[in-house]
Design a protein around this ligand. Structure first.
Ligand SMILES: [Zn+2]
Length: 491
């Protein structure tokens, strides 16, 4: 029997604000334990929350980027439960009136895992969203041998929750969804979305049902995933486990599981019986929010989205769709390419240098594009020299390495190394004549119909010019001179 997989994700995104959601404490990753706390984020009695406008703006911007409807007004609610990392015994969140409703995340080909890019089940798929709401993050517990410590630096930092429709059909699509979403968040400057720092985390809901069955299978949730590859692995494991259960004639029940990366398995955490009732109610300390001015501000900050950038690169610079996607994948890389291509005679030539030579040089230097020692204009200069036939492509590689290491300009290096190609036809013709006169045997062989000596003769011209003869022009002149006067009455 065939089984269908249904996946929905709840993604938590830490917003890139300077201060927390409801107090003025700094948001800083890696600060000493409890360095950024105050009565509000410690939940002390009587402390009052004040909304962070920037967090509201960033959430609105996310909604606009993902084509959501922005609610005319939204409100904050208390989600009640006890946990040591949440000092108020409730979390401020949004229940029935979130900021953003609907919307979708378009999945692009390069967002799929590399090994799955050739077998994408539904190209150009868009995964629909249910909602995006804003809440505060909780503190972080650290478990030691005999005790547990709580660090409240994270408590109260702005957290955006993005909930998808159950429209993701495979672990690979879930991977593509997270990568595509992450790219858009980075484009909007909404979050650094660094999963290692816990800035992007997700809960996965996955169920399996026999093909032909209308209702979804039992929803099983995997909590707190913090790598995109982990999400793919955990989902693949669950799909296999649930399918095996169903095939063995066993029933699945709604439950929450946790993924263990080391053993590559999921483990049961709790079943539906002890599901929470959070008893939401509107937070009486916070007024509802009208979103009109937030929308105006967010609209002004709308970036060019990755899909638009990819299309524009193809149109404007004539690069391939694949190259455009690779360039647009990284904002620093695409900015570099644009700066170099803007003044280049042939932007298409620039893209090859950027994607091959430059990227590999930057990565072997252990740097990011932002620390690239070669300014874009320098690359343009080099590519234009090659394009104009001043130096060969091979010499270009040499000049490139030197530029990357020394920071000198291409023209300066060409001059210093005496690399400039000899393209002057007058001079080249004289050299060719000299070579023809000095090598009667190969010349005769060639004229007798053996093409092999041509390369030898060309090599002689190169040698005579100390490697500076333009090989293309040299070939042309040689062929012309050797075939001229052929036929009856010829030499
Ligand atoms: Zn605080």
């Amino acid at each position: 029997m065939k089984y269908l997989t249904t996946i929905g994700l709840e993604v938590h995104v830490q917003l890139k604000t300077r201060s927390k959601m409801f107090c003025a404490c700094a948001v800083e990753y890696g600060a000493g334990p409890n360095a950024h706390t105050c009565p509000t984020c410690l939940g002390l009695p009587g402390a009052l929350p004040v909304m962070n406008q920037h967090a509201l703006e960033l959430t609105t911007l996310t909604g606009l980027m993902l084509d959501c409807a922005i609610a005319p007004y939204c409100k904050f609610d208390r989600k009640n439960y006890f946990y040591p990392d949440m000092p108020k015994n409730y979390q401020i969140s949004q229940y029935d009136l979130p900021i953003c409703v609907g919307g979708a995340v378009p999945l692009h080909d390069l967002a799929y895992p590399k090994d799955a890019q050739k077998s994408i089940a539904t190209p150009d798929k868009k995964v629909g969203l249910v909602r995006i709401h804003l809440e505060e993050d909780v503190a972080k517990s650290f478990h030691y041998d005999t005790s547990t410590g709580v660090d409240f630096n994270r408590a109260g930092t702005p957290l955006m929750e993005i909930v998808t429709e159950p429209e993701i059909g495979s672990p690979e699509e879930a991977f593509a969804f997270l990568s595509s979403l992450r790219q858009i968040l980075l484009y909007g400057g909404v979050s650094d979305a660094d999963m290692e720092k816990g800035q992007l985390r997700c809960d996965c809901n996955v169920s399996v049902r026999p093909e032909g069955q209308a209702e979804f299978g039992s929803k099983i949730e995997i909590k707190n995933m913090n790598t995109v590859s982990g999400v793919r692995k955990a989902l693949a494991y669950e799909v296999q486990r649930q399918t095996a259960e169903l095939e063995g004639g066993r029933k699945l029940q709604q439950e929450t599981r946790r993924w263990d990366d080391a053993s590559a398995q999921t483990f049961l955490m709790r079943t539906k019986e002890n599901a929470h009732d959070y008893r939401y109610f509107p937070d009486p300390d916070l007024m509802p929010v009208r979103t009109e001015t937030l929308v105006t501000t967010a609209r002004a900050g709308m970036p060019e989205l990755p899909s638009a950038k990819r299309a524009r690169f193809v149109d404007q610079y004539g690069v391939s769709g694949y190259d455009a996607a690779v360039l647009a994948d990284d904002q620093d890389l695409s900015a570099y390419f644009e700066a170099a291509a803007a003044k280049a005679a042939k932007p298409k030539a620039i893209v090859n240098w950027v994607l091959n030579d430059l990227l590999s040089a930057v990565s072997s230097a252990g740097k990011g594009m932002r620390e690239c020692p070669l300014p874009p204009q320098a690359l343009t200069e080099l590519v234009d020299l090659i394009d104009a036939g001043k130096i060969s492509g091979k010499q270009g590689k040499e000049v490139f390495a030197e530029m990357f290491g020394s920071g000198k300009g291409a023209a300066t290096i060409v001059k210093e190394k005496g690399l400039e190609q000899l393209s002057d036809t007058g001079t080249l013709e004289a050299l060719v004549d000299q070579v023809i006169a000095a090598n009667p045997k190969p010349v005769a062989d060639f004229k007798a119909g053996n093409p092999a000596p041509l390369n030898f003769l060309k090599g002689q011209v190169m040698k005579l010019s100390k490697g500076q003869a333009n090989p293309v022009v040299t070939s042309e002149i040689l062929q012309r001179k050797l075939t001229a006067g052929e036929g009856p009455g010829g030499v």
